[in-house]
Design a binder for this molecule. Sequence first.
Ligand SMILES: Cc1cc2nc3c(=O)[nH]c(=O)nc-3n(C[C@H](O)[C@H](O)[C@H](O)COP(=O)(O)OP(=O)(O)OC[C@H]3O[C@@H](n4cnc5c(N)ncnc54)[C@H](O)[C@@H]3O)c2cc1C
Length: 815
Amino acid sequence: MTKSLPSHVRVVIVGGGVVGCSIAYHLAKLGWSEVVLLERKKLTSGTTWHAAGLIGQLRATLNMTRLAQYTAGLYAGLEAETGMATGWKQRGSISLATTRERLQELLRGASMAKTFGLEIHEVGPADIKKRWPLLNVADVVGGVFLPKDGQTNPVDTTMALAKGATMRGAKIFEGTKVTSIKSSRGRASGVVTERGDIEAEHVVIATGLWSRWLGKSCGVNIPLQACEHFYIVTEDFPGLSADLPVLRDPDHCAYFKEDAGKLLCGAFEPNAKPWAVDGIPEDFEFGELQEDFDHFAPILESAMRRIPALEQVGIRKFFNGPESFTPDVRYMLGETPEMKRLYVASGFNSTGIQSAGGAGKVLAEWIVGGHAPMDLWDVDIRRMQRFQTNKRYLAERVSESLGLLYAMHWPYRQYESARGARTSALYERLAERGACFGETAGWERANWFASNGIEPHYVYSYGRQNWFSCAAAEHRAVREAVALFDQSSFSKILVKGRDAERVLQGVCANDVAVPVGRIVYTQWLNARGGIEADLTVTRLAETEFMVVTSTVCGVRDLDWLQRHIPDESHAFAVDVTSGYAMLSVMGPRSRALLEKVSGDDLSNAAFPFGSSREIEIGYARVRAARITYVGELGWELYVPTEFARNVFDAIVNVGDGFGLKLAGMHAMDSCRMEKAYRSWGHDIADEDTPLEAGLMFAVKLDKNVDFLGREALLRQREKGIAKRLVQFALDDPEPLLYHNEPIWRDGRIVGRITSGAYGHHVGRSVGLGYLQNDSGVDASYVKEGRYEIEVAGARHAARASLEPLYDPKGARIKS
Ligand SMILES: Cc1cc2nc3c(=O)[nH]c(=O)nc-3n(C[C@H](O)[C@H](O)[C@H](O)COP(=O)(O)OP(=O)(O)OC[C@H]3O[C@@H](n4cnc5c(N)ncnc54)[C@H](O)[C@@H]3O)c2cc1C
């Protein structure tokens, strides 16, 4: 490979594992020259060389599945393209269930796969035994078979990607360690290596386990931590046929594959061991870690029950190698919020081989095109919070993350490790009153309040979980009396300056040139009309606005806004989330309650819907905003954090007289679903436009300022839309919707549920989802169809509606 380093290139990719090589391959394939990959030791010498090479394609979401499907197709053709063998074999895979609940999980996955066009078959124990004759299936209740899944040789595949890249002009330098990233005016401008500097227009960190440290050296947050990861390889295994599908036994944390006449058995144990918390040894190269037989023994014991012949075969290799894991078991991709033109592709949670093809393709397209080519929010680095690189937090969390790959993916499942990191000022008050907390972006948020002898912890199932009746009572309080939510975790951004209005007008699709004290619900669009953010903007003063967005979108939305403030503008955006607690008082009795505690006039005339001003509560002055995410009369109260408890006490002290109930995020979700309020990241994202999402009421195409995305919307309005977000309600009150359930129209799958919940007021499950039709979706198309939603293989009749099921005219909000 080439000797002397160039002084200036277009892209430097740091890291020569499967991911870095895939990015180089795809950039070269897109026709970019001057692409350089730098590897500190030898290609594949980090984690890639020892991967088991399983290539599964069914992932948790549509786009992640698409990327994994792409990977499989890429690897299948790489040998013909490059002349280098990859070891790719399409043998299929079986996942088996030993409990009814696991079978339900697999069947829900199979239903979801139908909407992705991925071939998947339900298989019974006898069929599984036929495909894997050595198995003991006595405890197996069923499973699924994916014929297109496969396996590959990670080293050979990486080398083929590297060859494909160099064939097209990319250059690879081994033995070249990058010691820091150079930047100029907030942009990456090159790298410093032990062999000299390279100026570059774009830099990519694809350094696997090492990424956290390389990021830290330039102030970039890349929260990942290595864990020890184990498998064993047996001696020659008699009777093991060469065409066996990969086998996953998630209930026993194990996977199996045939490997040149031997059996490889790997583990996803629930109590993983973090490795090298303080830094990776400098000489680590093709490294192996110390065996830990005691740690692996429980997996091996159940593996012997699953494949009894394993007891008779010796173990040739006990392998332990490091792999990086992230706090939410999803990898990190994209341009960093801290430094422009610096990209990350790291933290692959033991799916790096199967993810590398797709991740490399979309990152290359992102770099070339200047934006993500599809909705990649699942893995977007901007979901990560700064505190998440905290060493102790990471070590505790990844001990849990690794096992979650094979753990039950229960609806509403909460992390158990590293909890209590971020708490609102009301945390203790809520805990005393029975709150059961969930975690979002590190924040502890009351999801529901235990009542009627139910303990405040989750008992999971695919059916009605233990908190169902608690959330139902909270939901009813919102609809019939009044409820108090603690929404302090919501992200708040202050935008100030002489040009604040001008900047926001260019970014917001709605008109924010409003009088002081008005609240505007708006989307931020990209140049293609896709929804980058969904939030409210309140004018606090002539030159001051407050943007409120969801908890997880704070980093992303601030980044988007800051990127769109022109250098010469006098406008500044800062995150002020920690400065304000946020209490929402929602329900038909909210006015009476708040008038009593504040003494202010909150009548329609004095305080109309969509307005915001200061009122007094307790000893505090708080900003009250008449707006709602639950579809009722109500106010959000923005309270300086140090006054939060005082204000809370004042409200709760008079609450009984009004039927006040504390309510959590689950009730908020079920209320917003009845009202068909969209949730960014679920129902709307950067691939969906307001025309498709039914949000044109919040877009002012004719405001006298051009805004980002306007042109694209005008073009789309002219051309017509091929998908439309619609609300559904099941006829049968029994089944529960979560997300990704297929939508059938007149016997054909036309979409999937993007979010679902039980509507306690309407007495049935409700969902939102896009109807897709190439020749257009209009009101009559929606009305004329006969709909069913598929849940775990069974189809249930549903009603579709373009208007919210609950209070379609919004009379209650304005009451
Ligand atoms: C036991 C085990 C089994 C696995 N099985 C599977 C499987 O079946 N399927 C699957 O999809 N995945 C599997 N994986 C996961 C997979 O191996 C990883 O996700 C993948 O290899 C990560 O690739 P990478 O390119 O991100 O990292 P790496 O392969 O670690 O590459 C990063 C490279 O960056 C280099 N580098 C670091 N710092 C610098 C620097 N400063 N300058 C220059 N270069 C630098 C390193 O030397 C290294 O070569 C498994 C992992 C393990 C441990």
